[in-house]
Write a protein that binds this ligand. Structure first.
Ligand code: C2E
Ligand code: CA
Ligand code: CA
Length: 627
């Protein structure tokens, strides 16, 4: 009997089913369609075998049973090719989500099945082989290839949207079926179609539907690539979900053996949470995703799981293994609109922000802050490219000389519409992402330009103060870089004073000191900015080679309001003077304030009382008329 091929196909399919079931599946749509293809192909092979038996053993089967089995087999063939067509649509979102297309194709499939079941069928049987023939069989030879050709056509027309592995595997699968169908049509006793389909599915499995490929090799949880695909699907299908992300940074400071053990231990711990799908993120991070259950509630709403996880990380892995974790969670994953945005938010926190909280609730306001941040980064980059970073100058008055002897250069950004953006809006963002180095250098360059190309120096201005960010101070090339900019402008370095702020974020203090020494050697002077804000205090003055101390506005304002502050400040001024340093008081807005600063012994005054920061030409006019 001609059923050897079918048994081979069945053996392949059963093996595939066994492997497919063994691994946990994330629930991707392509995975489900593949599963449907595997089951329907297996069912058609079984029906093929049974129908051959029913034709062969005429005594054991009634005519009705034989006809029913054979027609069921034919219908299954149509269904197989219909499923292969649906599978080919998966990557082409505009087709896959096209309801009309599904309705038409589904309708054609149903009509084909009805026609096949209504048309007559006859059987050929002898000692060696059996087969069926007649209009029902011919109808199958028309409709099944129709779907096969549609599938092939999709891979040709929409191939650019398709996963290349999927595209190629589908093509091989379809071509095998066509060859088998042609052979079977010409030699009806060679029943090849089922076997060819099994081989096609086997190729598909090996190429990309092996659930193991969705898993991370080391931990066995779903991989980062799968996380991407799964998130995309959740958003595309408008599914509600909650998410917890456990971030542990890139460097665990432990040997690879211990790291591996800790990672496995964490995996086992996290895997035990019911209802959640566990994915590996970047490095040793984990994502727990809770698709909303049938009544629409979310698993982490109570915060219960998060507390358990946090406790475990803190107790077990933070103390003895120094794994510092922070946690992101969103009760509603739809706080962002798509997978990319969610991953961008995750990346934002991962890369280390100024946000030092260890548990971050991703709600609307947090996400909109991150949005603003990213938009500002984009805007700054564009402004740098378009040369829209401008420099304003705020005059600084010398109490002893009763005239303006210097100014502070302050960055301004003009947005694309031409409006002015104040430093408070863009400097913190630029500091966070490193663009501050470019801004600082641009401001420095422009300041050098105006000093070298105007007669501002002959109007009584001795030097201009330019701000240095922490990132610039920690750049080994700062001194040589600034030196060459000044040389390029033929500018004497003593017309530049650099303002530094020593903060807790400064980690490479020796580089800062190195830069300072090099620049001082060629003639630049230095100011210690923001004195009295808690960031800068007396400690710093002792061993910092600065010439000027700038009293922050908050400190001078405190002096006018608070008697105790008066005492502290008077003593501070004395000490600073004994060290041979000069003092600038910032934020002086009234004549009274000016008088009391003079009485205190401050050397220079900067503030709105004299002038706000001015654009280059206005500053120039101001100095010419006042000095
Ligand atoms: P800062 O270095 O302490 O600059 C002094 C700030 O105080 C300036 O604000 C100035 O306009 C303001 N100010 C001066 N006098 C008065 C006053 O009498 N009353 C009040 N209410 N404010 C006064 P601005 O220009 O908005 O700059 C803010 C901060 O942005 C600066 O603080 C500095 O930290 C940063 N920044 C500005 N330009 C640059 C730059 O080129 N590089 C770096 N790294 N930071 C910059
Ligand atoms: Ca400053
Ligand atoms: Ca300041």
């Amino acid at each position: 009997m001609n059923i050897e091929m079918q048994f081979c196909g069945l053996a392949i399919n059963l093996t595939l089913i066994l492997f497919f079931l063994r691994h946990s599946k994330v629930g991707l749509i392509n995975e489900r369609i593949f599963c449907a293809a595997l089951i329907s192909n297996t069912a058609s092979i079984i029906l093929d075998i049974v129908s051959v038996l029913s034709i062969y053993y005429t005594d054991y089967y009634s005519e009705l049973a034989r006809t029913t089995l054979c027609k069921l087999y034919l219908i299954m063939l149509v269904l197989n090719s219909y499923i292969s067509y649906i599978y080919s649509l998966h990557d082409v979102r505009k087709l896959y989500t096209n309801f009309k297309l599904h309705a038409v194709i589904g309708f054609v499939a149903i009509i084909s099945c009805i026609v096949i079941s209504a048309l007559p069928i006859s059987f050929v049987s002898n000692e060696e082989y059996v087969y069926s023939r007649g209009p029902a069989v011919e109808a199958t030879y028309v409709t099944a290839p129709l779907f096969i050709l549609l599938t092939l056509l999709t891979t040709v027309l929409y191939g650019k949207y398709m996963n290349s592995h999927r595209k190629n595997a589908i093509r091989i699968w379809m071509i095998l079926e066509i060859i088998a169908a042609v052979i079977q049509f010409m030699h009806p006793k060679i029943l090849l179609v089922g076997f060819a389909c099994s081989i096609g599915i086997l190729i598909l499995y090996a190429e990309l539907e092996n659930p193991e490929a969705n898993q991370d090799r080391m931990t066995g949880v779903f991989s980062k690539k799968t996380l991407n695909a799964y998130l995309k699907q959740l958003y595309a299908t408008h599914k509600k979900f909650s998410v917890i992300v456990i971030c542990t940074g890139d460097d665990w400071h432990m040997d690879s053996e211990t790291e591996r053990a800790a990672l496995i231990e964490m995996t086992e711990f996290l895997r035990a949470f019911p209802h959640a799908k566990l994915f590996r993120g970047t490095a040793n991070d984990f994502f727990l995703i809770y698709p909303s259950n049938s009544n629409g509630t979310h698993e982490i709403e109570s915060g219960f799981n998060l507390d358990i996880i946090r406790k475990r990380y803190e107790e077990l892995w933070a103390d003895d293994r120094a794994v510092k974790a922070f946690f992101l969670y969103a009760v509603d994953g739809w706080v962002v609109d798509n997978a990319d945005e969610l991953l961008t938010v995750y990346q934002y926190y991962r890369e280390g922000t100024t946000d030092k909280r260890t548990t971050i609730n991703l709600d609307k306001s947090t996400v909109s802050q991150i949005h603003d941040y990213h938009n500002m980064v984009k805007e700054i980059k564009q402004a740098i490219t378009d040369d829209r970073i401008e420099v304003f100058y705020q005059p600084i008055y010398s109490v002893h000389e009763s005239k303006f002897v210097s100014a502070e250069a302050l960055a301004r950004m003009r947005n694309a519409e031409g409006d002015m953006v104040m430093p408070g809006k863009f400097i913190p963002v630029a500091e966070e992402n490193g663009l501050i180095e470019q801004i600082g250098e641009r401001v420095f360059e422009k300041t050098c330009h105006i000093l070298a190309n105007s007669d501002i120096l002959s109007c009584g201005i001795k030097y201009i103060e330019v701000n240095l960010s922490v990132a610039q101070c920690e750049n080994k090339h700062l001194a040589s870089n600034y030196h060459s900019i000044m040389s390029r402008h033929n500018l004497s370095p003593d017309s530049i004073n650099l303002e530094i702020t020593e903060t807790s974020t400064l980690t490479q203090r020796h580089i800062l000191l190195d830069n300072m020494h090099q620049l001082r050697e060629i003639g630049c002077s230095f100011s210690l900015d923001d004195f009295g804000t808690g960031e800068s205090n007396l400690n710093y003055i002792v061993d910092m080679p600065v010439d000027i101390v700038k009293f922050d506005r908050t400190m001078t304002q405190e002096y006018f309001r608070n008697d105790r502050a008066k005492v502290v400040m008077s003593a501070t001024v004395r000490m600073i003077k004994e060290l041979g340093l000069k003092i600038v008081a910032e934020g002086i807005e009234t004549a009274e304030e000016l008088e009391s600063m003079k009485a205190l012994g401050v050397d220079y005054i900067q503030g709105y009382y004299f002038s706000k920061p001015l654009p280059q030409s206005e500053f120039y006019n101001f100095i010419q008329s006042k000095n």
